[in-house]
Design a protein around this ligand. Structure first.
Ligand SMILES: [Zn+2]
Length: 56
């Protein structure tokens, strides 16, 4: 996975309280890792979980 893409994702998902746009599985996995320790108040994590599970 290239670094430029990861930079874009880091920017796009930097705020825990923002609801993200629909995303692909790779992006969802990235967000799940980045926000893993944030708990149930992290909207980014919950959203990424939903997008990851839809395709599981
Ligand atoms: Zn978070």
């Amino acid at each position: 996975m290239n670094a430029k893409l990861k930079d874009e994702w880091s920017q796009r998902h930097r705020y825990c309280h923002e609801i993200p746009e629909p995303m692909e599985l790779d992006e969802a996995r990235f967000v799940l890792t980045a926000h893993a320790e944030h708990g149930v108040e992290c909207v980014q994590f919950i959203s990424a979980l939903a997008y990851a599970e839809v395709r599981a």
